[in-house]
Design a protein around this ligand. Sequence first.
Ligand SMILES: [Zn+2]
Ligand SMILES: [Zn+2]
Length: 130
Amino acid sequence: MDCPRCKSLLIKDTVKDLNTGFEVDTCPSCGGTWFDKNELSQIDKVIEPTFLEIRHIPGKKDQIEPLNCPSCKTSPALHKSEHYRDKKVIIDHCPSCKGIWLDKGELEAIRKENWLITIGKIFNWLIGKE
Ligand SMILES: [Zn+2]
Ligand SMILES: [Zn+2]
């Protein structure tokens, strides 16, 4: 898979929480992270929150740049949604495969508030469970 933002090849990485870890695809160049649906569906199992300091979030200009899904063959344009608690964080998500792209800094911003549960909530909202 190629990075939707800078087209570098994404590499497999493992995001660890206190109790668990799961595989994501990260960009070694721009630092973005791709979560696919199967990865996201495991988040329900995670209980312990992780708190990290908020860091740099990409500027609005970068965040509103259109991106295409790195996972789907047809590369549909990713939809953009403001994070429901922090409007500075724009989340790109695929209408087709329900994957989520987070730019560098966005993951860290979300991590600040119990990020796995937050991403799990966003995922549930995307697939219409909430
Ligand atoms: Zn990239
Ligand atoms: Zn997709």
